[in-house]
Every structure is written in C-alpha cells, then in structure tokens.
Design a protein around this ligand. Structure first.
Ligand SMILES: [Zn+2]
Ligand SMILES: [Zn+2]
Length: 258
C-alpha cells in the first residue's frame, strides 16, 4: 500500500511541476474533505483527487485467487483445474470487495457526474496491480458493453469509462470489440441461478480480435457470468488470451458457475 501511495505522490509531483495542479479538485471526490486544508496539500492532492484516508480505505483488500478473484489464499476450485477452463479468462485483478467504502465509491462513480471518481478508481486499480497488468503483455482494453438502449437511458457506462482510463494508464488502445446483441434484464435483478442463462450468447463481436491479448474491464463482478460470456465471445473470435480487471467483487455472491 505504501508503495502505491508513493507512486501516486511521484506522479502528482510531476504534474505539479508541469503546472497542472488545477486538474485536482479542492475536495476529496469521495468524502468531500477539504484537500487544501491538509498539512501537505500537494501530497494529498496527489491521490488522484482523493484524500489520504479514502485512498487507504480503498486499498485494504487482502490476498485473492489470481485466477477467479475469490478472497483468501488457496482457492481449491481454480487449483483443481486449468484456470481458463474454469473461468474462461486467464487471470483477474480487482481493487477490492464490493462493500463499505468501495461500494459507495462505485455507486457514486456510476452517475454521469462521477467521471472524476471513476478515473480515481481506475487509477488505484492500475497502480495497485501495475506489475501484474504489465506482465500480461496485453495489446488492447475491452469494456464489457452496455446495450445501446440502456446506455441511452442512463447516459453513461461505468465499464467504458473505467476501460478508457485503464487503457490510457497502460498506454494500450481501447478496443470496443464487443456489443450486446440483446437488452438482457440486469443481472442483479435475477436469482443467481438464472444469471448465466441470461447473458449466454448475449454478446457479439464488433471487430477482429484474432491473436490479440485482451484485458476485459467491468466495474463490479458479481457471479462472473457476464465476464464469462464476454470472455467466451473473445476467445471464440480467436483472441490469444483474455484477462480481466474490475473495480470490485461482490464476494458474498461468489458461487460455482456452470
Ligand atoms: Zn476522502
Ligand atoms: Zn480461484
């Protein structure tokens, strides 16, 4: 955690030297604490628009299975089988569990006015896992798509905005390779047992992904059914590898996927 905070501080110092302090808001995007009132203003503003206390709160997650993202050490489900056979993707990184502070942050970031907060969460996600993300040697970031009907009613897609920022931070292109073929009921409105059937076959490809190493991005992972359907679509299109990055995982909903 200290290393991540130090990296964020260094980045801010560079921005500060470049005269772009004004990019940072005067108040923490999450708790609205006055950032200018802190004892070390520049350092506090370094935290991608968040105060030090909020950054610490958002970086408390413990060890997770690198394959499925389940909390804890020693995930029997993934150890028993090849990860991609179980999960459809190779590996996953998460900022933390969908609860408390991270839940508040994700919900606030979903609003159209939450763009800056979305960027902050994406930045923390990348900085927390930068070495793993870079080791995957990805050549494109793919957002989990929202159906155009739903997008036009909500006006925003958190997954797309997170994916845009992650792509920029990793210096790889954003590739909107998937589209939703049908407007499915929201996963969180359905019983867990019905979720895989709801999204299976719901996605199609918009472009060629043959041979590409792709990072699939979503905001919240619940059962993993949506990510599984998207990963399968990319793999069917010939992607060389699919990895996943998401802000939060609803750990209590984790159960064996079909
Ligand atoms: Zn704060
Ligand atoms: Zn696992």
């Amino acid at each position: 955690m200290i290393a991540i905070v130090e990296r964020l501080r260094r980045t801010a110092a560079q921005w500060s030297r470049a005269g772009v302090d004004l990019l940072f808001p005067p108040a923490c995007l999450l708790c609205h604490a006055d950032l200018a009132a802190g004892p070390s203003t520049t350092d506090v503003r370094a935290m991608c628009g968040l105060c030090v206390a909020c950054v610490r709160d958002l970086l408390t997650d413990g060890p997770r299975c690198p394959a499925c993202g389940e909390a804890g050490t020693g995930c029997r489900r993934c150890r028993a089988a090849n990860s991609s056979a179980v999960n459809e993707w190779q590996e996953i990184v998460l900022l933390g569990s969908y609860g408390d502070r991270l839940r508040d942050a994700v919900l606030a970031a979903k609003h159209p006015a939450g763009d800056a907060l979305t960027g902050s969460l994406a930045e923390l996600l990348v900085e927390r896992h930068r070495s793993r993300l870079e080791s995957w040697d990805i050549d494109g970031v793919v957002p989990v798509p929202m159906h155009w009907l739903r997008r036009s009613s909500s006006g925003t897609s958190a997954a797309e905005r997170i994916a845009e920022r992650v792509a920029r931070l990793l210096s790889v292109p954003l590739i909107s390779a998937l589209r939703r073929e049908r407007a499915t009921p929201k996963q969180n409105t359905l019983p867990v047992a019905d979720r895989w059937g709801n999204v299976r076959g719901a996605f199609g490809r918009r472009c060629d992904v043959v041979g590409r190493r792709l990072l699939l991005v979503d905001d919240v992972v619940t059962t993993g059914a949506t990510l599984k359907a998207c990963s399968r679509e990319l793999a069917d299109g010939g992607a060389a590898a699919v990895f996943v990055a998401a802000i939060a995982k609803a750990d209590r909903l984790t159960e064996a996927l079909p």
